[in-house]
Write a protein that binds this ligand. Structure first.
Ligand SMILES: NC(=O)c1ccc[n+]([C@@H]2O[C@H](COP(=O)([O-])OP(=O)(O)OC[C@H]3O[C@@H](n4cnc5c(N)ncnc54)[C@H](O)[C@@H]3O)[C@@H](O)[C@H]2O)c1
Length: 344
């Protein structure tokens, strides 16, 4: 048959290497794009002169910056046999992933995540995106890196708020996919706060393998991968409106999703409380400001269909479910919830 379903090769765990970045060999014809803070802190010298240093924050994920990256590629004659080595957090890898996917219809990408969020989540699974018209991740694609090099030592210099931003995504995957990871985090709260690298490496490896398991089954967000968006429908509004790191917004989004899950998906109150307690043990600010929920952003959410809002809810730990709501039902839920006291 001519139009057979094309199988997308899954991201195998073996493509993810835990190793020191300084042991990773960069060639003189590689392209390096590096986060400015990382570059300044670690004072790297590279054997290549094709180095672009970019300041990373949510603003980076824009058309203008994408154009600058294309210009850097073009000026330095990037070809299919070169590698682009991207060293930084999730904002940088989201931008560079999209640039690498579209330039020459795909050039070799190697990701070196330097934040906890990018190690556990953004560098795994091949999603990339830029923001457009104040909507997060509106334009993007799926494009797998050839390799991901994870050097946990980068976490030593990461600001506290960005550390907890990454931890929130790890807690999220535990909630939707692994009671045992949830338990390990619960049992190691103090060690995690103390940045115990043994504990962190264990948690990180479990979180990564759980995500790989999901994307091997559902690379393109058709079913299981949607569960990883738990809390994200609302988080994107909080992230942009309150100008807070992605994972801290996800924690707030999870708070709201738990509230809705208790009312509409039968989530037991004690499970909801266990999850809230875990976030509180790490001092997350879970306060919801309903005025900050951007209705437009909700309708542009990637799970949204023309007239159906797909909300990821939780029946219990490890048991997420999708609830389909039309716009009126969805608006009513938000209106009703804002009358209730939500955990702070
Ligand atoms: N593609 C995906 O699958 C995916 C998944 C989750 C999140 N994301 C995206 O990731 C983005 C957030 O990424 P992030 O949290 O890594 O933020 P980020 O890339 O903006 O980095 C946060 C801050 O930490 C600094 N930094 C990075 N590494 C450092 C280090 N080792 N030491 C000191 N400072 C360092 C950066 O300069 C920046 O100021 C969001 O845009 C989100 O949408 C993407």
């Amino acid at each position: 048959m001519l139009f057979n379903k094309i199988e997308i090769s899954p991201l195998l765990l073996s493509e993810i290497h835990f190793m020191g970045f300084s042991e990773f060999h960069i060639n003189d014809n590689d392209f390096v794009i590096i986060d400015k803070n990382v570059f300044n802190k670690y004072k790297y010298t590279f054997p290549t002169n094709k180095v672009l240093i970019l300041e990373s924050n949510e603003e980076l994920k824009s058309f203008n910056n994408l154009k600058n990256v294309y210009s850097f590629f073009s000026k330095n004659n990037l070809h299919k046999d070169n590698n682009v080595v991207c060293v930084g957090g999730g904002t940088l890898s989201d931008l560079i992933g999209f640039a690498c996917n579209s330039y020459l219809r795909g050039v070799n990408l190697i990701l070196v995540p330097t934040t906890l969020l990018s190690m556990a989540d953004a560098s795994i699974g091949g999603k990339n995106a830029i923001n457009f018209q104040h909507i997060k991740n509106l334009i993007g694609s799926y494009y797998l890196p050839k390799k991901v090099i994870i050097d946990i030592n980068f976490l030593k210099t990461l600001q506290e708020e960005h550390f907890f931003s990454g931890l929130a995504e790890i807690i999220k995957i535990a909630i939707v996919k692994s009671k045992s990871l949830f338990l390990i985090i619960q049992q190691n709260i103090e060690q995690i706060k103390l940045l115990n690298f043994g504990v962190l490496a264990e948690i990180l490896e479990i979180a990564i393998s759980l995500k790989c398991e999901i994307i091997n089954i559902d690379f393109k967000d058709e079913n299981q991968r949607l569960f990883l968006n738990f809390g994200h429908t609302f988080a994107h509004s909080f992230e942009l409106k309150e100008n807070i790191p992605h994972g801290l917004a996800v924690a707030k989004g999870i708070n709201l999703a738990l509230e809705i899950s208790e009312k509409f998906a039968g989530l037991p109150t004690n499970t909801k409380n266990d999850i809230i307690d875990l976030f509180n043990a790490f001092n997350y600010n879970l306060k919801i400001n309903y005025r900050n929920i951007n209705k437009l952003a909700l309708t542009k959410d990637k799970k949204h269909l023309s007239n159906t809002n797909k909300l990821v809810l939780l029946e219990n730990l490890e048991i997420p479910k999708i609830m389909n709501l039309n716009n009126d039902e969805f608006n009513q839920i938000i209106k009703d919830l804002s009358k209730f006291k939500v955990y702070q």
